[in-house]
Design a protein around this ligand. Structure first.
Ligand SMILES: *[C@@H]1O[C@H](CO)[C@@H](O)[C@H](O)[C@H]1NC(C)=O
Ligand SMILES: *[C@@H]1O[C@H](CO)[C@@H](O)[C@H](O)[C@H]1NC(C)=O
Length: 323
């Protein structure tokens, strides 16, 4: 039976292919290397505008851009950041992404550490965030990610650092943007309901706080192996986090995930993304780890167009979940 035109339009409007608000990748390269400050083109580099443009044209709208805090705030976590060339290069790619209509996630990729030491001063961390958020405070397509993968830290310190970052960001006048807060234990979704439950106490005056979790699907959950545990491991490892978000009236984003180019991982990732999409009342989106011009063509998790292994294997699956 042929549906009347109006009814058909209404039906397609209520049943979108995906309900996710954000689909993206991490654009990993500015945080590469260990040298501080290091040399551009040798130790680190910046994401590629042309390949970002390719991904945007396919419907990707979230680009998480890691950087190293010691290269931005040189010598001290409270140092000025805006005068440095590293900041200029970084902000140039952030502005490229947001001018193209996508969202850019500002990601200090530091594991809750500066210069190798756990950041203990919430005040210094607040100053760092005040300095960093100020130049982006009027860019509504920027998202602030407090820090990548806190781990082996005091649980109350992780809460307090996140709260200090949130307060400092809002204090600059950046009131419209999302803030992504990460947790301890590498912000793993699979252990969130037993390790990071104290983070429920975070408050945000703008009420745009999102809990960013990461989830890999290999046996130890580290994302170092291309072998996934089994074809349902994506949902199995994330379901507890979904329940935690729902029970506490919170929202989450899956800031990192990946799987090797094989059918077991394919099913696991398909299940994972379908689960996120079906629970879009609490999950706003997901981003794959990782794109970037230095990932090459032999690393399985490379999502860099045109020939990254994960890009060629997973692009057509991921784009089924585009917003
Ligand atoms: C910034 O990028 C320019 C190229 O556009 C490069 O010459 C320069 O070395 C870079 N500096 C840093 C610190 O990233
Ligand atoms: C906690 O999360 C894990 C992983 O998703 C899940 O297997 C487990 O059932 C959850 N536990 C509770 C009590 O919700």
């Amino acid at each position: 039976m042929r549906l009347p035109l109006l009814l058909a339009a209404a039906a397609s409007a209520v049943a979108p292919a995906s309900a996710l608000q954000f689909l993206g990748v991490s654009e990993s390269v500015a945080e590469f290397g260990t040298a501080i400050p290091g040399t551009w083109g040798v130790d680190f580099y910046f994401p590629n505008e042309a390949t970002i443009s390719t991904l945007i044209s396919q419907g990707f709208n979230l680009f998480r851009v890691p950087f190293m805090m010691e290269r931005m705030a040189v010598g001290s976590i409270t140092a000025d950041i805006q005068s440095g060339a590293y900041f200029k290069n970084y902000s140039s790619i952030i502005n490229y992404i947001t001018n193209a209509g996508a969202y850019a996630v500002i990601d200090p990729h530091n594991y809750g550490r500066y210069d190798g030491n756990v950041i203990q001063s919430t005040s210094d961390f607040g100053t760092f965030w005040k300095n960093l958020a100020t130049p982006f405070k009027s860019n509504s397509k920027v998202i602030f990610d407090t820090n990548n993968e806190y781990h082996d830290m005091d649980q109350t310190l992780v809460l307090n650092l996140n709260q200090a970052a949130i307060n400092a960001i809002r204090g600059t006048g950046a009131t419209s943007q999302y803030i992504f807060a990460e947790g301890n234990f590498y912000t793993g979704a699979w252990t969130w309901n037993t390790t990071n439950t104290n983070l429920v106490a975070l408050t945000d005056s703008s009420n745009k706080l999102i809990y960013e979790m990461h989830q890999y699907l290999d046996s130890d959950g580290s994302g170092t192996s291309a072998t996934c545990v089994d074809s349902t491991i994506g949902v199995d490892r994330i379901i507890g986090a979904t329940e935690w978000l729902k029970a506490n009236g919170k929202k989450g984003v899956l800031g990192e995930f990946a799987g090797g180019p094989n059918s077991v991982c394919y099913s696991a990732i398909q299940g994972l993304l379908s689960h996120l999409s079906q629970n879009s009342d609490v999950w706003i989106g997901a981003s794959y780890w990782a794109a970037g011009p230095w990932w090459g063509t032999t690393t399985w998790s490379s999502f860099e167009p045109p020939s990254g292994i994960s890009y060629t294997y997973y692009d057509s699956l991921l784009t089924q979940y585009k917003p």
